[in-house]
Write a protein that binds this ligand. Structure first.
Ligand code: ZN
Length: 226
C-alpha cells in the first residue's frame, strides 16, 4: 500500500508524501561508534519521497545488498514551506513529531565513503525511511528532552535522548533551509544516538519515543531486489 502520513490520534492528514532531509553524525556517541570525526557544520543528505514507508510490520529490507542497519531518530513532519528561514520560523512550521528508522545499507555506505562517492544508494533506496504516525506538536513537550529507544528481539540496542543532539532541531532545520526548501509533507530526520546495528529477517523490534509512541514491528522481512 502506498505510504501516506498519518496522525496517531486518527485526525486526517492531507500533507503529501515529500522528501526526507536528514543529518548524519548529530550525536557525539554515534560519531564515536562510527569512528568518525565531528563535522564543523551539519552533514546533510536527502532521501527521495519513494524512500518513505510506514514503520510497521512487516518491515521490508533489501536482500543481497549487504548489511542493513537501523538508526532510531526523532522525525519532524513539515507543515508549511520554509526557505532560508530564521530560527523563529521553524517551530510554527512543524506539523507533526514522530520517530523514524533511517535504514542504511552499511556495507555499501562504507564502500561509497572509501571511494569518495555520494551516499544515495546506501541511504535513499525504496523503503529506507520508515516513519511512525505523528503526534501533534502540542502533544509533545520539549523536543530536546525526548528519550529514543530501540529494542531488537527483546534486547535494548539504542537508548538515547534528544538532549544529546550536537545541533538541536531548531537551528538544524534553519540551517537545512539555507540549501533546501522544505515543503509541506517533507520530513526532517535529526540523527541517531549510539547503538546502531544490523537488521536480520525475522527480527522483532520495539521502537519508542519517550512514553508517547511505542511501535512493535513483529517481523523484519527480506525483499528480493535482484
Ligand atoms: Zn541517520
Amino acid at each position: 500500500m502506498a505510504y501516506a502520513h498519518r496522525f496517531i490520534d486518527g485526525a486526517p492528514c492531507s500533507l503529501p508524501r515529500g522528501k526526507a532531509i536528514c543529518v548524519g553524525l548529530n550525536y557525539a556517541d554515534h560519531v564515536q561508534e562510527m569512528h568518525s570525526q565531528r563535522t564543523a557544520e551539519p552533514m546533510l543528505f536527502i532521501k527521495p519521497p519513494t524512500a518513505l514507508v510506514a514503520l510497521a510490520s512487516p518491515l521490508m529490507i533489501p536482500a543481497g545488498l549487504g548489511s542493513v542497519h537501523y538508526e532510531t531518530e526523532l522525525a519532524l513532519l513539515v507543515g508549511a514551506p520554509l526557505t532560508g528561514c530564521g530560527e523563529q520560523d521553524v517551530l510554527p512550521a512543524i506539523a507533526g513529531v514522530g520517530v523514524a528508522l533511517d535504514l542504511t545499507l552499511r556495507d555499501l555506505q562504507n564502500e561509497l565513503k572509501q571511494a569518495g562517492q555520494p551516499w544515495e544508494k546506501a541511504k535513499g533506496w525504496d523503503g529506507s525511511c520508515a516513519l511512525s504516525p505523528f503526534l501533534k506538536p502540542g502533544q509533545v513537550g520539549d523536543l530536546q528532552n525526548l528519550r529514543l529507544r530501540l529494542e531488537s528481539n527483546g534486547e535494548r540496542r539504542q537508548d538515547g535522548n534528544t538532549r544529546q543532539m550536537i545541533t538541536p532541531v531548531v537551528p538544524l532545520i534553519s540551517y537545512m533551509t539555507r540549501f533546501f526548501t522544505l515543503e509541506p509533507g517533507d520530513v526532517v530526520l535529526t540523527g541517531t544516538p549510539q547503538g546502531v546495528g544490523p537488521l536480520t529477517p525475522g527480527d522483532r523490534l520495539v521502537v519508542e519515543l519517550a512514553d508517547l509512541i511505542r511501535l512493535e514491528v513483529s517481523e523484519v522481512r527480506a525483499r528480493d531486489v535482484t
